[in-house]
Design a protein around this ligand. Sequence first.
Ligand code: HEC
Ligand code: HEC
Ligand code: HEC
Length: 125
Amino acid sequence: MYDKGKVITGLVIFVLIVTFPVWYNVRGAQHIPNPKILTKVKHCVKPLDYMRADHMKLLIDWRYEVVREGDRAKVTVDGVQYERSLVNGCMKCHVSEKKFCDQCHEYVDVNPYCWDCHIKPKETE
Ligand code: HEC
Ligand code: HEC
Ligand code: HEC
């Protein structure tokens, strides 16, 4: 004969494991990133899809060109020139690291070491 209690406990554990992705995601859904665009400017320095996927590559390219090649040519967005710079470029429009960059970075658990040296813009409410 079998032990009813153990079978039921086993079944409950089985159901919990099988449905894990479902209830785990329901909990996770509250943390979907919501990066705030806090500038009146309409465009980024590159098309949106490119920026979403590859902004870290662009930053490394800028760094290489500016620091290694001494090329400080500016980028033009909607007729206004911006420095190819993390603090004096990106953060001129994306004024809050917390409300913008961190929204995604906390979600994917990346912590760019850039801020060890580059000074973050002051967060305002
Ligand atoms: C060890 C310190 C240090 C770290 C860490 C660091 N940088 Fe820099 N970065 C510098 C210095 C110094 C310059 C030269 C500043 C200048 O000449 O304008 C610079 C220049 C740059 C520039 C070009 C000009 C400017 O002022 O922004 C870019 C873009 C840049 N860094 C991006 C990054 C990114 C992206 C990261 C992280 C992935 C990073 N840096 C990490 C020290 C650092
Ligand atoms: C001239 C102002 C400006 C500058 C400079 C700028 N951005 Fe943007 N950025 C924007 C705007 C506006 C959007 C939203 C564009 C849209 O919705 O089409 C955006 C979108 C983005 C996105 C996508 C956000 C999302 O919701 O998916 C990322 C990532 C990003 N920028 C990173 C950067 C980085 C990194 C830099 C520097 C290399 C930078 N931006 C420089 C204005 C700027
Ligand atoms: C739309 C979401 C989103 C926004 C907004 C965003 N990032 Fe990112 N960022 C990511 C993702 C996702 C990664 C990790 C990509 C990977 O690991 O392949 C990343 C990685 C990076 C990296 C490389 C870090 C590493 O350790 O490899 C840098 C540098 C970076 N982001 C800079 C910025 C800066 C500066 C801002 C704000 C101006 C910003 N990002 C805004 C999504 C975003």
